[in-house]
Design a protein around this ligand. Sequence first.
Ligand SMILES: Cc1ncc(COP(=O)(O)O)c(C=O)c1O
Length: 504
Amino acid sequence: MHNKNSSRHETRKRDQIFLLTSSNPDPNPYLTPKPLHSLSPTPNPSAMNSLQSFLAVAPVKPAAAAARLPSSRRARVSACLATPAPAPTAPAAARRELSAASRAVMADEAKYIVGTYKRAQVVFVAGRGCKLYDIDGREYLDMAAGIAVNALGHGDPDVDAAAADQRGRLVHASNVGYTVPQVELAKRLVEASFADRAFFANSGTEANEAAIKFARKYQRVAHPNGDAPTEFMSFTNCFHGRTIGSLALTSKVQYREPFEPVMPGSTFVEYGNLEEAKKVIQSGKIAAVFVEPVQGEGGIHSATKEFLQGLRDACDEAGALLVFDEVQCGLGRTGYLWAHEVYGVLPDIMTLAKPLANGLPIGVALVTEKVAAAIHYGDHGTTFGGGPFVCHAALATLDKIQKPGFLAEVTKKGEYFKQLLKTKLGGNPHVKEIRGAGLIVGIELDVPAGPLVDACLDAGVFLLTAGKGNVVRLVPALIVSEKELEQAAEVIRECLPALEASTS
Ligand SMILES: Cc1ncc(COP(=O)(O)O)c(C=O)c1O
């Protein structure tokens, strides 16, 4: 199915692989990432901290980096550095050896950063397209895209140019005055969706906090006698964020319990259980129902039309608002601009974030006029939200995602990928299900996915987990090529023995 590339293309690709040291300039900035040393500030021996000193070292020649490794590991590393990747000859469970540079960054992280993240054992310093590069010059096929963020891949030339252009004019001015990119972005989002108005924030959780507050305020205005419903309903396996309000709607107990009391008045119902959901909504206590049309963190579960339509009807009857959290599944990831489009069901509020500015922090709550009418000056706000820099980058991102044919390609690649994975992995006894929509794909296992994800990292493919840690989550950039999808599927297949090693 994939386009067999010409040898000229292969040569060009190989040039890219050695891009981190290349002195052979390519006129296309997308194909010519900066050398490693140019990513760091000018070395100043007296001022450099240890991280800077690693970034400032002479660029590592990938081949040389591989040569420093024990011979048993060279094949695997060179597989990361050269495409097409030669088929590994040994099971992919062999670990990469961490360089002194990587270990030093990890040690400083452990010393200076609050320990909220159990990180993958890799230090990324550069990215181009669907490739990431570590501090030693190794290349990784990025099937995570910054957790479904870099929709157009790393270093998209048009988004970069838009950001550079806006950076030169105005980066921040607050919401005290008007700024052009914010208004333009709101108009674009409204014109492309069910919504009438937008509120800009800086992240997914903040977009959901806005939705929570707007729902409360809407109900207060709709019930002037003081009997406004104030509670919320969400679903098992859902993820809506980590701030106290969004956290109260996030199902994972481990995320909530250490911080209780979180916002009171939230009820969780099994995702897809319409009858239970209706009972809760009909109680009359629910201000709004939060639901992801396709759950990401929770393990890649898609809603059915009947479920979303049933929620819509029950909310309409009870006067509750319906909020679609499309922070992860929205903006083209499912092959539709909005994940809910395929169901033909519309929300009152939709929250977006991750891919909207292709990596710059942004969040937005899109609302209907009936919701917006309840919100007045001073009801909500943010210093950074909707700044001109990020909004200008978001407009450039939208330009590409909305280009005719772009979303059809996402659908086509998603179907191809799922089929490939089914063919290559379907026979493995640990693989329970391969599911998803467009380029949000999950491989559910009957064992923890961690060892497989680690083995794939060693083999040069960067993946995420989801669900209860038993799902491999694949959310590559939407520009990923069929060839890259084939490479990912093949490496996952080759690394499956890591699951045996972990269960024996
Ligand atoms: C569906 C959904 N909602 C909200 C969030 C929170 O977004 P953020 O991490 O930007 O606060 C996430 C993050 O993964 C998400 O997947």
